[in-house]
Write a protein that binds this ligand. Structure first.
Ligand code: NDP
Length: 307
């Protein structure tokens, strides 16, 4: 059986179109929703992510601004900027791009963002709201995955869901969201004993590990829905051939760029054993950016109705 592709680009575009519509509606109140992105230091990957987020938010009619600070920024300076953004009436959503340079403690600054402007849902108050099942901003990647299930008609209620990876950004919040949607959830990590056996129990298998093609056919139940969050580089030809067989397009991409992206799940095993799966790239990635836009507009609307 070849699984159906869960096309993140298409689903993400639909989420973005809905966010743009909601942004237009909000703008009738006199101004567009406002997103402020804070980028500290010169991590090249972060700079690329931030550019993509700003471009997408502008396309959706969100007024967005980037605040760039040097890697040498001292804690009081970053705190001062966040305080100013917290007070700025035209800013509805604040995103602090991670990782921060050494010497700046991310948890301290995430907790400094006003909870009602916390677009990533990382503030401890919003984490508590998520645990309690109360409304509030939710981390974009897991929120995007749940939105994909809803839009694709994938039944979560009553399913057995296995999440591999327990990060605060993906694995843990995803497990909670699945639980709130009445899945029976198992959350795995690096100390889980006999991981393939646990994964084989899953009707819905989600991986957020960061290990190229680590999850193999023996861990995928025939007909499972597989959501692969991992974004890893395959950097040698033997690996690329192992992961993608003789897929000429992949080999060409690898030869051109010196790497190709692969998820946490072996691509051939995922395609052959699942009933539906998210490809890498083009699966979960586009959902994450789309949910940033949806979260920004939702925060703007919530603040407006609180006034
Ligand atoms: P983290 O490194 O924070 O967490 C990785 C998790 O995987 C940890 O809980 C770790 O366990 C677990 N793990 C590591 N090795 C194993 C193993 N051998 N067996 C079982 N579990 C293991 O990663 P993130 O959650 O931030 O990201 C995970 C992946 O998702 C990365 O590839 C990242 O690039 C990608 N990503 C993609 C996004 C997208 O939009 N597509 C968004 C965010 C992330 P332990 O806790 O025991 O150490």
């Amino acid at each position: 059986m070849a699984g159906r592709i869960l096309d993140g680009k298409k689903i993400g575009a639909a989420i973005r179109a809905d966010a743009a519509e909601a942004a237009r509606e909000f703008a009738r109140s006199g101004r567009p929703p406002g997103l402020a992105v804070v980028l500290v230091g010169d991590d090249p990957a972060s700079a690329i992510y931030v550019r993509g987020k700003i471009k997408a938010s502008r396309e959706a009619g969100i007024s967005s601004e980037t605040h760039r600070l040097p890697a040498t920024t001292a804690a009081p300076e970053l705190a001062g900027l966040l305080d100013r953004l917290n007070r700025d009436e035209a800013v509805d959503a604040i995103l602090l791009q991670l990782p921060l340079p050494d010497g700046l403690d991310a948890s301290e600054f995430l907790a400094r963002i006003r909870p009602d402007k916390d677009v990533d849902g990382f503030h401890p108050e919003n984490v508590g709201r998520l645990v309690a099942g109360l409304p509030g901003p939710c981390p974009c990647t897991p929120a995007g995955i749940m939105e994909m299930f809803r839009r694709e008609g994938i039944e979560v209620k009553g399913s057995r869901a296995v999440v591999v990876g327990r990060s605060d950004i993906v694995g843990k919040p995803l497990a909670l969201l699945l639980l709130h949607q009445h899945a029976t959830v198992t959350l795995c990590h690096s100390r889980t004993r006999d991981l393939p056996a646990v994964c084989r129990e899953a009707d819905i298998l989600c991986t957020a590990i960061g290990r190229p093609a680590m999850v193999r056919a023996d861990a995928i139940r025939e007909g499972a829905v597989v959501v692969d969050v991992g974004m890893n580089r395959a950097e040698n030809e033997a690996d690329v051939r192992d992961f993608f067989g003789d897929d000429e397009k992949r080999l060409a991409r690898f030869r051109r760029n010196g790497y190709t992206l692969v998820g946490d799940v072996h691509p051939v095993a995922m395609r052959e054993r699942s009933s539906a799966y998210t490809p890498v790239p083009g699966g979960v990635g586009p959902l994450t950016i789309a949910m940033l836009l949806a979260n920004t507009v939702a925060l703007a609307v919530a603040r407006q109705s609180d006034r």
